[in-house]
Design a protein around this ligand. Structure first.
Ligand code: FE2
Ligand code: FE2
Length: 483
């Protein structure tokens, strides 16, 4: 690994390890884009707190032993940089028709449109989540959580920079236009919405935020893993480094939900409540009842499944054949990495029943990635259920069936219970308030969302974390609030 790759160039406005100072054209394009980005951040980034000092980590190198530095920084002064994982010598295209050929350092002309589309879709999700979460600072349950929210937000901002760098460096004029469009679309906007459904949904409260970072950021993780396999080497290197940051986002989700469940169980125990489904009694304690947590989980998991697209997809097959988007852990899979004669079992609707049907593996790649995702999701469920059973309660959080509450793919036109039983419209309408959060549930959760800003203190509905960020003590002042 060469020294230049390891150190970020702070001599220009944009920290980077891609030698921007010698790449005047791209540097100029990025510097031209920068003011628009700062405007976007001030309009659509976190509401308030822009003058507060936040204890953030800033990526300054890609060295696995120390890529980030923690310090107090005002969010607008955060160094959004461009960092690519080091180039692997002699890397080859690891799958598809070009399997074994040297990885591309430039965009192959025939795949230009496909690559640009994938980069734009990934790029669009990054600012979208910041927009969705912008109001949450006002109701943070602690300074620790407030800091984690802002950490996620600035890093999603950096991920936007990462995608914009690729667009501006490798796609010329239309890349620059796409980069501008990424700042123009807005989550939930009627005229110019973000590209994917889940990124236009509201994130009304902190439980939604934790569910989002657990389930929706995890879709991001799966997509980044697939793109990290790309034969287009700059995309691969970009995504590999983004995954380093993404791990913290999912940590925030997983531990956030753990702490909510923990607090609920503690409060129920203390009050002598033996039935966790006695919603009114549990809510009276100022904590979120487990059935409502299950409903939020149902919502966010099903919205996130939609992000994987149709189970059977020729686009996915084309991207794989082209060597542009691979499978999760592609290089660790023991097969020919071409999939020309393989099949993969896909859940489909056959004569009104949910059945597994063997499809050509190439067209079933979305389904496969979604299956890998579901497996990855299960880990958190095990942890949360452990907390519940350790507290002595007979209640299990569960992932709903893939046919439940879907807007994309095989099951978009049918209704199913969380257990996967197909039901008619009337039954769905009668039962859905037991499965998905209602307005009343939302109002209750909203009533708990009161900011707690004293160092070391936490809202009634969430436990403190086991350890601090950067090993800081429990009463550490993660955000010095300046109003
Ligand atoms: Fe991201
Ligand atoms: Fe993320």
């Amino acid at each position: 690994m060469n020294v230049n790759i390891m150190n970020v160039d702070y001599s220009t406005k944009i920290p980077n390890n891609v030698n921007l100072s010698e790449d005047r054209q791209v540097l100029k394009a990025l510097e031209g884009w920068h003011p628009g980005y700062m405007n976007w951040w001030s309009d659509m980034g976190p509401e308030g707190f822009q003058q507060s000092l936040v204890y953030l980590r800033t990526a300054y190198s890609v060295d696995p032993r120390g890529w980030a530095k923690f310090d107090y920084v005002k969010m607008p002064d955060y160094r959004w940089g461009i960092l690519l994982a080091p180039q692997e010598e002699n890397r080859v295209v690891p799958f598809g028709e070009h399997y074994g050929e040297p990885a591309w350092q430039e965009v192959p002309g025939e795949y230009r449109a496909m690559l640009r589309r994938l980069i734009v879709i990934q790029g669009d999700t990054e600012p979208a989540s910041v927009e969705q979460q912008r109001h949450l600072g006002k109701t943070a349950p602690s300074l620790y959580d407030l800091r984690n929210l802002f950490q996620v937000n600035v890093e999603e901002g950096r991920h936007l920079w990462a995608m914009v760098y690729l667009l501006q460096k490798y796609f010329g004029r239309d890349g620059r236009e796409e980069a501008d469009e990424l700042l123009r679309r807005r989550s939930g906007d009627a005229d110019a919405p973000r590209m994917l459904g889940a990124f236009n949904e509201a994130t009304p409260d902190w439980l939604s935020f934790f569910m989002f970072t657990y389930f929706t950021d995890r879709d991001g993780k799966m997509q980044l893993h697939s793109l990290a396999q790309s034969g287009f080497d700059p995309l691969s290197r970009t995504c590999r480094f983004m995954l380093t940051e993404e791990a913290h986002h999912m940590f925030v989700g997983e531990t956030g939900i753990t702490r909510v469940v923990q607090r609920t169980c503690e409060a129920m125990k203390q009050a002598g409540i033996s039935d966790p489904t006695d919603v009114a009694r549990v809510r009276a304690l100022g904590v979120i009842d487990l059935p409502t947590i299950q409903k939020k989980l149902n919502l966010h998991y099903s919205l996130s499944l939609d992000l994987f697209g149709s189970e059977v997809s020729t686009n996915a097959a084309n991207a794989f054949n082209a060597g542009i988007k691979g499978r999760y852990h592609e290089t660790q899979i023991q097969d020919d990495h071409r999939l020309t004669n393989d099949t993969y079992p896909v859940l489909k609707l056959v004569n009104g029943e949910i059945k597994r049907v063997d499809e050509p593996a190439l067209t079933a790649l979305n389904m496969r990635l979604r299956d890998d995702y579901t497996q990855d999701c299960v880990k958190g469920l095990l942890r949360w259920n452990k907390v519940i059973s350790t507290a002595g309660y007979d209640f299990k959080l569960a992932l709903p069936n893939v046919a439940f509450h879907r807007a994309i793919g095989e099951f978009k036109d049918v209704h199913a219970t969380p257990e996967g039983v197909l039901i008619d419209d009337a039954t769905w309408n009668a039962k859905k308030s037991a499965w998905l959060p209602t307005n009343e549930d939302g109002d209750f959760i909203a009533s708990l969302m009161k900011p707690v800003t004293a160092a070391g203190e936490f809202a009634s509905w969430i436990s403190p974390p086991k350890v601090g960020i950067d090993n800081k003590p429990g009463d550490f002042e993660y955000v010095k609030i300046e109003t």
